[in-house]
Design a binder for this molecule. Sequence first.
Ligand code: HMG
Ligand code: MG
Length: 298
Amino acid sequence: QYPPAVKLVDVGPRDGLQNEKEPVPASVKVELVHRLQDAGLKEIEVTSFVSPKWVPQMADNAEVMAGIRRKPGVRYSVLTPNMKGFEAAVASKPDEIVVFGAASEAFSQKNINCSIAESIERFAPVVEAARAKGIYVRGAISVAVGCPYQGEVAPEGVELVARLMKEIGVQHVGVADTIGVGTPRKVQAAMEAALEHYALDDVSGHFHDTYGQALPNTLACPEMGVWQYDASIAGLGGCPYAKGATGNVATEDVVFMLHGMGIETGIDLDKLVDAGKYISDFPGRKPNSRVATAMLNK
Ligand code: HMG
Ligand code: MG
């Protein structure tokens, strides 16, 4: 049974743009957020409060957050890997923060420079401080089916991180196929592992499209009743610590599929395609979305 409605979080401004080599001006990022909320997105992952040495593109985090004209009913989330990032983020008044761990030790080391156990120790005070301020806490579980350094990842890896996140008070977990190697049954198994510790209302899917599987993987999860997904406008992005990985499933493609199935998203596809064209025109590219390509060529 498919859920009647799905909530999409557009992670394009963060996951999408973090990988751009050329600096994207803060004003362009702000305009993208405005276009996404005008298209009907109810949650936007705006930026990350990480080390600018690690991810230079996100160094303008505070400027971008300050530039956004907030729309009632829209939630704005940011990544915060540690207390330093959280303290910097608080001034920007995010509705939600994201701590990001990994289901493999190797990816944890490459991405956030610590082991899985150390990452949980770093997240714990962040979660506590956020919840004390009424800020919702989401956790991302990277490399949930495959790791660029360790290869295949078993569902037990996801189960462990979900359990540890639950223990420190993380309210929601996103199961992330960072390098896009998952196929529907594998992502369902990873999702089931997360569901051992989290309710159906408290999990989401985050699928990169490297092998062209992100759309089938996204469809595999509503079959389980999961109704929250991350997607990236124009299919932007990749992870700087996962070489060769492409962007998330394109928001346009997910919306077209869901609407075609009679599943509501609250998103206006025409406006969404325009938003994708805007951000793709900036570096002079074409949107990495089949739906956007088809609609722009009509
Ligand atoms: P570290 O070097 O271990 O940190 O990095 P440290 O505590 O030893 O500090 C070293 C320096 O960084 C110090 O500065 C700190 O002040 C500074 P220095 O004294 O050398 O001048 N620093 C910071 N600066 C700004 N903001 C901060 C911060 N923390 C320390 N928050 C750290 C650890 C986590 C900071 C680093 O590894 C990092 O920034 N990693 C970011 C990695 C990242 O952003 N990856 C991409 C996002 S995750 C992703 O894309 C996956 C996801 O989409 C799901 C999926 O697809 O899998 C979510
Ligand atoms: Mg990602």
